[in-house]
Structure formats: structure tokens, C-alpha cells
Write a protein that binds this ligand. Structure first.
Ligand code: ADE
Length: 183
């Protein structure tokens, strides 16, 4: 697909960032090109309207959940185009008011994700978006927050999946990624 190749061609790799041994995939060049950014959003919208929406009993998506921090860059745009709400998931201590929490394993120790209590009403249909899935720890914690509030998690959407890390096996819903990287 020409749009996938276009998106892929703008991703850049940075060896040994943020630490030795990690090849960091950067999505920011994609966002610097307005035509590529539009292509990205249109690609997601096409997938959602041709596929994801049919998994919803109401044929509607009520909420787009975006993960801290790069999920905040395009999650709200998808939400607006769908006429859905946007709900952020953030690291512990960043959101005001009563929050629900889920912990996940990181390379060293654990981290805690939070969502504001009541941000999702029971039965609402939800998709979760982030730029990249690596080990799947943070995405699965975000999914746990959705189901804790009674939301119906339809799908995860990512720009990039690092397939060799098998992160999608940790998820409690199906996932879609535009670009798959196996190295
Ligand atoms: N998050 C976790 N692993 C990553 C990688 N290789 N590139 C960009 N973001 C990441």
C-alpha cells in the first residue's frame, strides 16, 4: 500500500538511544510533514471505519484513550474525527482528582499508569492508541484501566509494532499496527 510505504519511509532509526543497545524509532519526522501526518490519520480512520467499528455492538466508538506521551499527539485528532471523547492515560501523579491505577513491568522495576475515575462509563466502547508497541506492558496496563472502569475495549492501534518483542501477546484485545519492525 502506497500510504504505508510513505509512512514507513519517514520513520527514522537512532542507534543506542535512549541507551546502548536500543534502536529508537522516531515518529517526529512524520509529524513534521503535514501531508504525511494527514496520510497517517486518514490511514487510521480508514481502518477504524472499515474494520474496528463493526466490533462495536452500537457501531460507534465512544472513547479514544491515548497513552502518555506520544499517544497524545494523534489520539485527540482521531477522537475528533470520530466524534468521540479523548481520555488520557498518564504516569502516576500527573492527573488531578480520584484516579484508577494499573501497574506494569518496565526494564527496571515497575511503573504505574492512571486514568481519572469516571472518565469511562460502564459499557462505553473504547480504542487505545499509542505510537509504538514494544513489550506491551504499558498498553496492557492502559487496557486494564479501560476494563476496570467497565469500558468495552474494541482494539489497540499503533503506528509501529516491534514484532520480535511479542508485545501483542500481553494485550486483552486485538491490535492493529501500520508498520511492523522485526529488528
Ligand atoms: N519505546 C520502546 N521501545 C522503543 C523504540 N525502540 N523506539 C521508540 N520508542 C520505543
Amino acid at each position: 500500500m502506497a500510504d504505508v510505504q510513505y509512512i514507513q519511509s519517514l520513520l527514522t532509526q537512532h542507534a543506542d538511544f535512549p541507551k546502548k543497545g536500543i534502536v529508537f524509532l522516531d515518529i517526529f519526522p512524520l509529524l513534521r510533514d503535514p501531508f504525511a501526518f494527514e496520510t497517517l490519520i486518514t490511514h487510521f480512520m480508514h481502518h477504524i471505519t472499515a474494520d474496528t467499528i463493526f466490533k462495536s455492538p452500537t457501531k460507534k466508538i465512544d472513547i479514544v484513550v491515548g497513552l502518555d506521551a506520544r499517544g497524545f499527539l494523534f489520539g485527540p485528532i482521531i477522537a475528533l474525527r470520530l466524534g468521540a471523547a479523548f481520555v488520557p492515560v498518564r504516569k502516576r501523579g500527573k492527573l488531578p482528582g480520584v484516579c484508577v491505577q494499573a501497574s506494569y513491568e518496565k526494564e527496571y522495576g515497575t511503573d504505574v499508569f492512571e486514568m481519572q475515575a469516571g472518565a469511562i462509563a460502564p459499557g462505553q466502547t473504547v480504542i487505545v492508541v499509542d505510537d509504538l508497541i514494544a513489550t506491551g506492558g504499558s498498553a496492557s496496563a492502559a487496557g486494564e484501566l479501560v476494563t476496570k472502569q467497565g469500558g468495552q475495549l474494541l482494539e489497540y492501534l499503533f503506528i509501529i509494532e516491534l514484532t520480535f518483542l511479542k508485545g501483542t501477546e500481553k494485550l486483552n484485545a486485538q491490535s492493529y499496527s501500520i508498520v511492523q519492525s522485526d529488528d
